[in-house]
Design a protein around this ligand. Structure first.
Ligand code: GLU
Length: 407
């Protein structure tokens, strides 16, 4: 009798190509350490610490009471798509019909589905680095090749049209744009986007993913600019992604909205019909209220974030070995800690662990492709109170001081 084969775990080739999300991994680790009684300040995840607006919460309670707990259309209810159309027109200057809008479980799912629906093995996707952790992993999962477009703090983490031109090949399928950007807070003004548009004119095979999730959070006083609005003639190859997670403190409710050419939106919904189905019905009711209700609180939130940014930047730059430029948007500060790397601290992942030992959770720069830009350090999310940020910076200062002593 032959022995039966023992069971062995079998992971797909696609999954083996990707790494876990470092933003969520570090945040889960911080939560776990806290549950074990450790005093950890988590500046690892990007989510506003404000309460979800009361009118949004009320709309979700009403939806529950009205029994809105059943399936909805895969790409969102008619009311949800109308509310998203209002948002795109009012906040991003994009007048689009509901047929060109789809709604998903967070912006992340919209990006995931769009890339999976369009990237073939060997296709290239140009991603400005430092990048949000999930972009390259989704591209690799789809079988595509990541082409990094390195940027530097001394240029406010913006790439040039010339750099983009040099990165594009006949195999380039997408350019991923994220302004205001995670993890650097880089903001691409209209002039930069127009120059990018000129490059795209010469390369009709390239589509653009414009991730505008941080659009309300710009500290320069300038209005947010987005490619599809500036260059409507290119809109048939731009997917613009937005949502309520950052603008309305609704991260856990998972609603993302996207608009682009109808063929792409339908392709994304085809995939969504087999992955999650519709985004949560109650969350959709909340997102309708978020887009249709008052937006005036956003000015206060922005001002609060701006003060926190100034505090964090001033304190980081006062710590020997650490430096950061002033982020122009979003709520992240990308800290260069290169002078601290070496010896006991072999790389920035080790530095992040050292900071965790001192009670602060941050995410290493390498998780965001910082190594492609010659940068080692970490990202701080400053979506926390000034008191919390000050305490976290005290701890970071002590942690860096402890390193100095061992060097
Ligand atoms: N986008 C946020 C961040 O970068 C949330 C976590 C995630 O999805 O990566 O922290």
């Amino acid at each position: 009798m032959t022995a039966p084969h023992p069971f062995a775990p079998r992971i797909s080739g696609a999954l083996k190509r990707i790494a876990p999300s470092q933003t969520t991994a570090m945040t889960d680790r911080a939560t776990q350490l806290r549950a074990e009684g450790r005093d950890i300040i988590s500046l690892s995840v990007g989510e506003p610490d404000f309460d979800t607006p009361a009118h949004v919460v009320a709309a979700m309670k009403d939806a529950l009471d009205a029994g809105q707990t059943r399936y909805t259309p895969v790409g969102g209810t008619a009311a949800m798509k109308r509310a998203a159309a209002l948002h795109f027109a009012r906040d991003l200057a994009l007048d689009v019909p509901v047929s060109q809008i789809t709604v998903s479980a967070g912006g992340k799912q919209a990006i995931f589905h769009a890339l999976l629906a369009t990237v073939n093995p060997g296709d290239e996707v140009v991603i400005p680095a430092p990048w949000w952790v999930s972009y390259p992993e989704i591209v690799r999962f789809a079988g595509g090749e990541v082409v990094p477009l390195p940027t530097r703090p001394e240029h406010d983490f913006r790439f040039t049209a010339g750099q983009l031109e040099a990165a594009i090949t006949p195999r380039t399928r997408w350019l991923l744009l994220n302004s205001p950007g995670n993890p650097t807070g880089a903001v691409f003004p209209a002039a930069d986007l127009l120059a990018i548009g000129d490059v795209l004119d010469r390369h009709p095979q390239v589509m653009v993913m414009s991730d505008d999730i941080y659009a309300p959070l710009i500290y320069t006083g300038e209005r947010h600019a987005t490619l599809a609005a500036l260059r409507p003639d290119l809109a048939d190859r731009v997917l613009t992604v937005s949502g309520v997670s950052k603008s309305h403190a609704m991260t856990g409710l998972r609603i993302g909205v996207a608009t682009g050419p109808e063929w792409l939106v339908r392709a994304m919904e085809k995939l969504q019909s087999h992955s999650s189905g519709n985004p949560a019905s109650i969350s959709q009711a909340g997102a309708v209220a978020a887009f249709e209700g008052p937006q005036d609180f956003l000015a206060d939130w922005r001002e609060t974030f701006r003060r926190r940014r100034d505090l964090v930047v001033a304190r980081v730059n006062a710590i020997p070995g650490l430096s950061t430029p002033l982020p122009q948007g979003a709520f992240y500060c990308f800290v260069d800690a290169d002078p601290l790397i070496g010896g006991a601290i072999a790389d920035d992942a080790a530095l992040a662990l050292h900071l965790l030992e001192h009670g602060v959770a941050v995410v290493a720069a390498s998780a965001f492709g910082g190594d492609h830009c010659g940068l080692a350090g970490f990202r701080i999310s400053f979506a926390a109170s000034e008191a919390t940020l000050n305490e976290a910076l005290d701890r970071i200062e002590r942690a860096v001081g402890a390193l100095e002593k061992t060097r």
